[in-house]
Unconditional design. Sequence first.
Length: 231
Amino acid sequence: MAALELSAVTKIFTMHLQGGLRLPVLRGVSFGVEPGQCIALTGPSGAGKSSILKLIYGNYRCDQGQILVHQGDEIVDIAGASPRQILRVRQRALGYVTQFLRAVPRVSALDIVAEPLVMKSVPRETALARAAAMLRRFNVPERLWSLPPATFSGGEQQRINLARGLLPEHPILLLDEPTASLDANNRAVVVDVVRERKRQGAAIVAIVHDDDVRAAIADIAVDVTHFASAA
Protein backbone atom coordinates (compact mmCIF):
# COMPACT_ATOMS: atom_id res chain seq x y z
CA MET A 1 0.00 0.00 0.00
CA ALA A 2 1.25 3.47 -0.89
CA ALA A 3 2.24 5.71 2.01
CA LEU A 4 1.32 8.77 -0.06
CA GLU A 5 -1.16 9.01 -2.93
CA LEU A 6 -2.01 11.98 -5.15
CA SER A 7 -5.09 11.64 -7.33
CA ALA A 8 -6.19 14.19 -9.97
CA VAL A 9 -4.70 17.11 -8.01
CA THR A 10 -5.31 20.53 -9.55
CA LYS A 11 -3.89 23.90 -8.48
CA ILE A 12 -5.07 27.30 -9.69
CA PHE A 13 -3.53 30.51 -8.39
CA THR A 14 -5.79 33.55 -8.06
CA MET A 15 -3.97 36.84 -8.78
CA HIS A 16 -5.83 39.21 -6.46
CA LEU A 17 -3.77 42.22 -7.56
CA GLN A 18 -4.65 41.45 -11.19
CA GLY A 19 -8.40 41.70 -10.86
CA GLY A 20 -8.82 38.13 -9.61
CA LEU A 21 -7.14 36.59 -12.65
CA ARG A 22 -7.08 32.78 -12.27
CA LEU A 23 -3.84 31.12 -13.38
CA PRO A 24 -4.00 27.33 -13.80
CA VAL A 25 -0.67 25.74 -12.82
CA LEU A 26 -1.19 21.99 -12.33
CA ARG A 27 -3.93 19.65 -13.48
CA GLY A 28 -4.46 15.95 -12.89
CA VAL A 29 -1.35 15.27 -10.78
CA SER A 30 -1.53 11.57 -9.93
CA PHE A 31 1.09 9.25 -8.47
CA GLY A 32 1.75 7.14 -5.39
CA VAL A 33 4.85 6.50 -3.30
CA GLU A 34 5.43 3.18 -1.55
CA PRO A 35 7.36 2.81 1.71
CA GLY A 36 11.05 2.53 0.89
CA GLN A 37 10.62 4.19 -2.49
CA CYS A 38 11.89 7.53 -3.81
CA ILE A 39 10.11 9.35 -6.61
CA ALA A 40 11.97 12.17 -8.34
CA LEU A 41 9.93 15.02 -9.82
CA THR A 42 11.51 16.17 -13.08
CA GLY A 43 10.87 18.96 -15.55
CA PRO A 44 12.11 22.48 -16.31
CA SER A 45 12.05 25.37 -13.85
CA GLY A 46 8.52 26.70 -13.49
CA ALA A 47 6.87 23.38 -14.33
CA GLY A 48 5.37 23.11 -10.83
CA LYS A 49 7.69 20.70 -9.02
CA SER A 50 8.02 22.77 -5.85
CA SER A 51 4.29 23.53 -5.97
CA ILE A 52 3.58 19.79 -5.76
CA LEU A 53 5.70 19.48 -2.62
CA LYS A 54 3.92 22.48 -1.08
CA LEU A 55 0.54 20.93 -1.91
CA ILE A 56 1.55 17.67 -0.21
CA TYR A 57 2.81 19.53 2.87
CA GLY A 58 -0.32 21.68 3.04
CA ASN A 59 1.38 25.02 2.40
CA TYR A 60 -0.78 25.33 -0.71
CA ARG A 61 -4.40 24.21 -0.85
CA CYS A 62 -5.37 22.26 -3.94
CA ASP A 63 -8.49 23.14 -5.90
CA GLN A 64 -9.42 19.58 -6.87
CA GLY A 65 -8.27 16.06 -6.15
CA GLN A 66 -6.96 14.11 -3.18
CA ILE A 67 -3.65 13.94 -1.33
CA LEU A 68 -3.87 10.87 0.89
CA VAL A 69 -1.37 10.30 3.70
CA HIS A 70 -1.48 6.83 5.25
CA GLN A 71 -0.62 6.67 8.96
CA GLY A 72 -1.11 3.09 10.06
CA ASP A 73 -4.84 2.46 9.85
CA GLU A 74 -5.64 6.17 9.48
CA ILE A 75 -5.84 7.97 6.15
CA VAL A 76 -5.81 11.77 6.03
CA ASP A 77 -6.69 13.73 2.90
CA ILE A 78 -4.44 16.80 3.06
CA ALA A 79 -6.54 18.41 0.32
CA GLY A 80 -9.53 18.66 2.63
CA ALA A 81 -7.91 18.60 6.06
CA SER A 82 -8.24 21.38 8.62
CA PRO A 83 -5.12 23.36 9.63
CA ARG A 84 -5.06 21.46 12.92
CA GLN A 85 -5.17 18.10 11.11
CA ILE A 86 -2.37 19.20 8.78
CA LEU A 87 -0.18 20.21 11.72
CA ARG A 88 -0.82 16.83 13.35
CA VAL A 89 0.13 14.99 10.14
CA ARG A 90 3.32 17.04 9.87
CA GLN A 91 4.20 16.19 13.45
CA ARG A 92 3.64 12.47 12.99
CA ALA A 93 4.41 11.70 9.37
CA LEU A 94 5.64 14.47 7.08
CA GLY A 95 9.16 15.84 6.83
CA TYR A 96 9.98 18.70 4.42
CA VAL A 97 13.50 19.82 3.59
CA THR A 98 13.52 23.06 1.60
CA GLN A 99 16.48 24.82 0.03
CA PHE A 100 16.59 27.51 2.69
CA LEU A 101 17.18 27.61 6.43
CA ARG A 102 14.93 29.88 8.47
CA ALA A 103 17.59 30.96 10.94
CA VAL A 104 16.23 31.92 14.36
CA PRO A 105 18.06 34.80 16.09
CA ARG A 106 20.09 33.80 19.17
CA VAL A 107 19.28 30.08 18.80
CA SER A 108 22.30 27.84 18.33
CA ALA A 109 22.80 25.56 15.35
CA LEU A 110 22.75 22.54 17.67
CA ASP A 111 19.38 23.53 19.17
CA ILE A 112 17.92 24.24 15.71
CA VAL A 113 18.85 20.75 14.52
CA ALA A 114 17.60 19.07 17.71
CA GLU A 115 14.28 20.94 17.84
CA PRO A 116 12.23 18.51 15.67
CA LEU A 117 13.14 15.64 18.00
CA VAL A 118 12.36 17.70 21.11
CA MET A 119 8.95 18.49 19.59
CA LYS A 120 8.40 14.73 19.21
CA SER A 121 8.99 14.38 22.99
CA VAL A 122 12.45 12.85 22.61
CA PRO A 123 14.40 13.62 25.83
CA ARG A 124 16.43 16.78 25.33
CA GLU A 125 19.83 15.19 26.03
CA THR A 126 19.09 12.39 23.56
CA ALA A 127 17.92 14.89 20.96
CA LEU A 128 21.07 16.98 21.37
CA ALA A 129 23.31 13.91 21.11
CA ARG A 130 21.60 12.78 17.90
CA ALA A 131 21.75 16.34 16.52
CA ALA A 132 25.48 16.51 17.26
CA ALA A 133 26.04 13.21 15.44
CA MET A 134 24.18 14.51 12.38
CA LEU A 135 26.14 17.78 12.39
CA ARG A 136 29.37 15.77 12.45
CA ARG A 137 28.07 13.70 9.58
CA PHE A 138 27.48 16.83 7.53
CA ASN A 139 30.97 18.11 8.37
CA VAL A 140 29.79 21.14 10.34
CA PRO A 141 32.72 22.23 12.55
CA GLU A 142 32.00 21.83 16.26
CA ARG A 143 33.08 25.43 16.89
CA LEU A 144 29.93 26.53 15.02
CA TRP A 145 27.42 24.41 16.94
CA SER A 146 26.88 26.94 19.72
CA LEU A 147 26.44 29.86 17.32
CA PRO A 148 23.28 31.09 15.60
CA PRO A 149 23.59 30.16 11.90
CA ALA A 150 22.27 33.47 10.53
CA THR A 151 25.83 34.59 9.77
CA PHE A 152 27.00 31.24 8.36
CA SER A 153 27.83 30.81 4.69
CA GLY A 154 25.14 29.56 2.32
CA GLY A 155 26.68 26.10 2.20
CA GLU A 156 26.94 25.91 6.00
CA GLN A 157 23.33 27.00 6.41
CA GLN A 158 22.23 24.36 3.90
CA ARG A 159 24.05 21.66 5.87
CA ILE A 160 22.33 22.84 9.08
CA ASN A 161 19.03 22.73 7.22
CA LEU A 162 19.68 19.19 5.97
CA ALA A 163 20.78 17.97 9.39
CA ARG A 164 17.57 19.35 10.90
CA GLY A 165 15.29 18.00 8.17
CA LEU A 166 16.85 14.56 7.84
CA LEU A 167 17.37 13.85 11.54
CA PRO A 168 13.76 12.81 12.38
CA GLU A 169 12.77 9.47 10.86
CA HIS A 170 9.61 10.66 9.10
CA PRO A 171 7.52 8.03 7.29
CA ILE A 172 7.15 10.50 4.39
CA LEU A 173 9.94 12.84 3.36
CA LEU A 174 9.79 15.74 0.89
CA LEU A 175 13.11 17.02 -0.46
CA ASP A 176 13.36 20.25 -2.47
CA GLU A 177 16.83 20.35 -4.08
CA PRO A 178 18.64 18.99 -1.01
CA THR A 179 22.07 19.07 -2.67
CA ALA A 180 21.97 22.70 -3.83
CA SER A 181 25.05 24.67 -2.64
CA LEU A 182 26.85 21.51 -1.49
CA ASP A 183 30.27 20.19 -2.43
CA ALA A 184 30.82 16.64 -3.63
CA ASN A 185 31.57 15.25 -0.15
CA ASN A 186 28.36 16.59 1.36
CA ARG A 187 26.31 15.55 -1.67
CA ALA A 188 27.55 12.04 -0.94
CA VAL A 189 26.38 12.41 2.68
CA VAL A 190 22.89 13.36 1.46
CA VAL A 191 22.81 10.29 -0.78
CA ASP A 192 23.85 8.05 2.11
CA VAL A 193 21.25 9.47 4.50
CA VAL A 194 18.44 9.27 1.93
CA ARG A 195 19.34 5.66 1.19
CA GLU A 196 19.22 4.93 4.92
CA ARG A 197 15.78 6.49 5.19
CA LYS A 198 14.60 4.36 2.26
CA ARG A 199 15.89 1.20 3.97
CA GLN A 200 13.97 2.27 7.09
CA GLY A 201 10.80 2.43 4.99
CA ALA A 202 10.42 6.14 4.29
CA ALA A 203 8.42 7.18 1.22
CA ILE A 204 10.31 10.04 -0.43
CA VAL A 205 9.40 12.66 -3.03
CA ALA A 206 12.43 14.62 -4.23
CA ILE A 207 13.36 17.43 -6.56
CA VAL A 208 16.99 16.88 -7.55
CA HIS A 209 18.64 18.66 -10.47
CA ASP A 210 21.96 16.85 -10.06
CA ASP A 211 21.74 13.88 -12.44
CA ASP A 212 24.17 11.73 -10.45
CA VAL A 213 22.34 12.30 -7.17
CA ARG A 214 18.96 11.63 -8.78
CA ALA A 215 20.25 8.38 -10.28
CA ALA A 216 21.62 7.35 -6.87
CA ILE A 217 18.44 7.85 -4.85
CA ALA A 218 15.41 7.74 -7.18
CA ASP A 219 13.46 4.61 -8.11
CA ILE A 220 10.99 6.35 -10.42
CA ALA A 221 10.98 9.70 -12.24
CA VAL A 222 7.72 11.60 -12.67
CA ASP A 223 7.79 14.23 -15.42
CA VAL A 224 5.78 17.18 -14.08
CA THR A 225 5.33 18.68 -17.58
CA HIS A 226 2.60 16.07 -18.12
CA PHE A 227 0.59 17.87 -15.42
CA ALA A 228 1.36 21.44 -16.45
CA SER A 229 -1.88 23.29 -17.09
CA ALA A 230 -2.20 25.63 -20.04
CA ALA A 231 -3.58 29.04 -19.13
